[in-house]
Design a binder for this molecule. Structure first.
Ligand code: ADP
Ligand code: MG
Length: 449
């Protein structure tokens, strides 16, 4: 198997506009996302950054007013007999995707379980439905599988639950049922779009644990979408930070948490609740995301970025490479940019996080104090440094060189990155033995919402 076939999903240069009465909304602006077999990749960003649209494109369920300007979405999956297949989702029509991919090889768990469940149908039938539709599984066998799936997702008395309706279950239990439905056809890829956002915190944690356990036991690949960077550490191997339809930083979970390079990621991390401080004032990133109806030149984050350089208003930064797995699109990484450090408060917070995670690398007290340039300093240094500023939108030869290099390195390097787990084949529901785990974590004893 070649390196590139370790990738179950490869989104390349995806660019999407929505037609609206107010004009075109440029929602996705040339993004690349990679997912290896057996890995979990998170997409993180504020509301409106384009996370759901990206995944709807991957599932072939874009809204009617969407126009795909360019790009490809390569999905590599398995047929029931174990043979491999590869498809560019964007080249297929909705009907083909519905009968070959959706709910079968790729399954999705949405934020609100009630939108995925049919309120008029018993739980059991809803789990059996896709098995019968996609695989013509005999009814008795589908029933047996449905009971196993309910057990796997930690639902007690599964036989009794089979006959219940969604409104008879709590929110957490409903989301477990949605996950059981998603797993029914043994998919290669599970896409979770803010699956815990509607749930309260303790149940959130249980559902996240469940998704993680299922991913490990079955060896399937997971894309986990969330606006909450705090959730990501618990689920993901690799993180894509999204802003205004672009991926602005990507890296392993440790790179994003402990060595963030993009000022937007700094903001997200600073905004993350920190259990260690009693500080009630939670940081919020100033300003709001741009209106995608009115695209401006340069870096879309610049107006909210107190570290912005002059060039940020003129040219979009390329992806700069930090390690074989770590990339960020900010002019601050241009060799000609003034040296700007993350805010001292965030640095201190990261040291605390590393300490909690047992990843201390002898934090010298001085290190905490390493100064951060003020706004004025940055702006000034920016112009003084000249080079970056002088690139002046037209990007000097040098800059464009870096642009293409960066992009090339991007895919090549990531191919080599951390080895992926074995193919998703292994774990059928039968190995997924959940009795114990299920019972142990069944927090939602009460079945009524
Ligand atoms: P999120 O990151 O919160 O999931 P979305 O992917 O849902 O964000 O949306 C990204 C952007 O695309 C938003 O500005 C949203 O308003 C816009 N958008 C999504 N769907 C449509 C649509 N059908 N028509 C017009 N604009 C849309
Ligand atoms: Mg969304």
């Amino acid at each position: 198997m070649s390196d590139s076939n370790d990738k179950i999903l490869e989104i390349r240069d995806l660019d999407i506009t929505f037609k609206t009465t107010a004009g075109p909304v440029h929602a996705i602006r040339g993004i690349n996302v990679d997912l290896k077999r057996g890995e979990t990749v998170a997409i993180v960003g504020e509301s409106g950054s384009g996370k759901s649209v990206t995944m709807r494109a991957a599932m072939g369920i874009l809204a009617k007013n969407a126009v795909v300007n360019r790009g490809s979405i390569i999905f590599r999956y398995h047929h029931q007999d174990g043979s491999e297949a590869e498809v560019d989702i964007l080249s297929k029509d909705k009907k083909w995707i519905r009968s070959h991919i959706n709910g079968k090889r790729m399954a999705m768990v949405f934020q609100d379980p009630m939108t995925s469940l049919d309120p008029t149908m018993q739980i059991g039938r809803q789990i059996m439905e896709d098995m019968i539709w996609h695989y013509k599984t005999p009814k008795e066998e589908a029933r047996k599988r449905a009971i196993e799936l309910l057990t796997e997702v930690g639902i007690e008395e599964p036989e009794k639950r089979m006959k219940e309706y969604p409104h008879q279950l709590s929110g957490g239990m409903r989301q477990r049922v949605v996950i059981a439905i998603a797993l029914a056809c043994n998919p290669d890829l599970l896409i979770c779009d803010e699956p815990t956002t509607a749930l309260d915190v303790t149940i959130q944690a249980k559902i996240i644990e469940l998704i993680r356990r299922i991913q490990k036991e079955r060896g399937i690949s997971v894309i986990y979408i969330t606006h909450d960077l705090g959730v990501v550490a618990k689920v993901a191997d690799y993180v894509n930070v999204m802003y205004a339809g672009r991926i602005v930083e990507k890296g392993t979970i440790n790179e994003i948490y402990y060595d963030p390079r993009h000022p937007y990621t700094w903001g997200l991390l600073s905004a993350m609740p920190d259990l260690d401080t009693n500080d009630e004032r939670l940081y919020t990133i100033p300003g709001s995301p741009p209106n995608l109806l009115h695209e401006k030149a340069g870096d879309a984050f610049a107006p909210r970025n107190k570290f912005a350089l002059e060039i940020d208003d003129k040219a979009d930064p390329p992806m700069f490479q930090i390690s074989t797995t770590h990339f960020a699109a900010t002019w601050l990484l241009d060799p000609r940019a003034p040296k700007v450090e993350m805010p001292a408060e965030l640095r201190a917070k990261i040291l605390r996080m590393k300490h909690e995670a047992g990843l201390d690398d002898t934090p010298a007290p001085e290190e905490r104090a390493t100064g951060i340039a003020t706004d004025a300093d940055v702006r000034e240094e920016g112009s003084a440094a000249g080079a970056v500023t002088a690139a002046d939108g037209k990007a000097s030869g040098n800059t464009s060189g870096e642009v293409s290099e960066g992009v090339k390195a991007d895919s090549a390097a990531e191919t080599k990155a951390a080895d992926s787990a074995k193919s998703g084949e292994g774990g059928s529901a039968d190995t997924g033995n959940s009795g114990a785990a299920g019972a142990a974590e069944n927090e939602e004893g009460e079945s009524h919402a």
